[in-house]
Design a protein around this ligand. Structure first.
Ligand code: FES
Length: 103
């Protein structure tokens, strides 16, 4: 799926992400600033926080993810997700996620 990140500086980075690869891993691989993925996708760090733009094709966060989002550095918003918990899949093609400021 084609994924676009909008960095805190307003830069757009678009990459093709293979099915099953998390948007955190893809962000790190593509050098998206502000996505650290410190815990390697273990839902422990919240350094992979993103705001999913406009629609909610990724669904809602699960309960553990939701708890962790409350502790993320950047404020939690409606589209907040931990990007390590979003796996690329064909339905997400064209998705845009915004990287919160402040890391
Ligand atoms: Fe740590 Fe997502 S990479 S919570």
């Amino acid at each position: 799926a084609e994924v676009t990140w909008i960095t805190a500086d307003g830069e757009r980075i678009t990459a093709e992400v293979g099915d099953g690869v998390s948007l955190m891993e893809a962000a790190v691989a593509n050098g998206v600033p502000g996505i650290v993925g410190e815990c390697g996708g273990g839902m422990m760090c919240a350094t992979c926080h993103v705001y999913v733009e406009s629609d909610h094709r990724t669904g809602a966060p699960g309960p553990i993810e939701a708890d962790l989002l409350d502790f993320a550095d950047a404020p939690r918003r409606d589209g907040s997700r931990l990007s390590c918990q979003i796996s690329a899949r064909p339905e997400l093609d064209g998705i845009t996620v915004e990287v919160p400021p402040g890391w």
